[in-house]
Design a protein around this ligand. Sequence first.
Ligand SMILES: NC(=O)c1ccc[n+]([C@@H]2O[C@H](COP(=O)([O-])OP(=O)(O)OC[C@H]3O[C@@H](n4cnc5c(N)ncnc54)[C@H](O)[C@@H]3O)[C@@H](O)[C@H]2O)c1
Ligand SMILES: [Zn+2]
Ligand SMILES: [Zn+2]
Length: 403
Amino acid sequence: MRAVVYKAPCKVTVEQVEDPRIEQPGDAIIKISTSAICGSDLHMYEGRTAAEPGTVFGHENMGVVEEVGPGTTSIKVGDRVVLPFNIACGFCYNCLRGYPNACLTVNPAAPHAAYGYAQMGPFRGGQADYLRVPYADYNCLKLPGRPGDQWEDDFITLADIWPTGHHGVVLAGVTTGSTVGIFGAGPVGLMAALSAVMMGAAEVYVIDRVPERLQAAVKLGATPINFADGDPVEQIKEMRSSNAALQGRLRPGEEKMSGADHGIDAVGYQARDDDQDEDQENPTQILENLVRLVNPTGKLGIVGVYMAKDPKGVDAEAKVGHLTLPWAEIFEKGLQIGMGQAPVKNYNEFLRDMIIAGRAKPSQIISHRLPLESAPDAYRAFDQRGGEYTKILLKPDLPASAA
Ligand SMILES: NC(=O)c1ccc[n+]([C@@H]2O[C@H](COP(=O)([O-])OP(=O)(O)OC[C@H]3O[C@@H](n4cnc5c(N)ncnc54)[C@H](O)[C@@H]3O)[C@@H](O)[C@H]2O)c1
Ligand SMILES: [Zn+2]
Ligand SMILES: [Zn+2]
């Protein structure tokens, strides 16, 4: 079969690799209808992780069940399914407590697993014709309809970006009437904005510098903040404290709460420096901004990735993920911090039903639908994080000429 293979920093190819096969009784083989390229793939693509050459990329996968092992009971050939990017067993201590993002049995080397990802176990990705899914009964989320229908590009967001954005919103404690600041208008930040609005937040600010991505945030009901126009934290505080309607309702002392009560990091360690040089990275930029933006007693949801192995980190400490944070201010403000990989399985079923009910259309942020053969060009373009490319879907069934 064809697959997108990582060769070296900034180089992927589409190659013939061996077809996957049933290895365990609970496995299923999925014929991929859509596999998405993720901002997380770009960390590997740029050589900013421990990813080995030869890795087949692709952790955002959906398609139709082609074959099942003898131990599967609820999933059958022909079922349309989407897979959480995390692979989990469903029976270990962590899975049973609702933490499928920290499954203890699937990956022998670490307490988590994913398809086609550095340090997440020996599982191939789904930017390919077929994918092997372990513990298929647990991992497959069944979908109505058929490949290529009106929901295809909505359902693919259930593999990662929407549950991850949603998790950021949940970690940050967003609820009806909340004020939320979301750093990053990439796919994850945009999905966080979708969820925050859906959950009834009153004010949702989305910070980035890419105009097209900020426009996408506006379409979702958020207020755009361009960090190229100045300190984003000051911009939000200024916007809030110059809003006469907001001032009129303040109790004594409440002007000290001119930031947001809830903050989300949807950028991670490859954040651009927003006050010195926007072309340089500052791995703590978002964390520092969040601590300044979020009001005393507020909550932070950090879903942007921080890597323990970053060969190109800005200094020796950053190369091993040791970053300096304003802990005293975090303590003084009494902030609560939640972070980590999203437990996709906890949310994907309910978000699926929002799509089916017509209450959410997450596919509105998708910019490109391309054949597998386009992957090398698509990675190069998406890596620029430029205006045109918001989210790219690879469709193995599209002819190469459709690029
Ligand atoms: N926790 C999880 O389970 C999980 C799952 C998926 C993705 N992620 C991570 O979420 C992050 C976002 O993913 P994505 O697909 O949206 O990536 P992306 O790279 O497409 O988007 C990141 C956005 O951040 C913006 N940005 C850079 N510096 C900034 C700054 N200083 N202030 C504000 N915005 C800034 C960029 O312009 C870009 O639009 C990545 O780190 C990704 O690895 C985590
Ligand atoms: Zn992803
Ligand atoms: Zn488990």
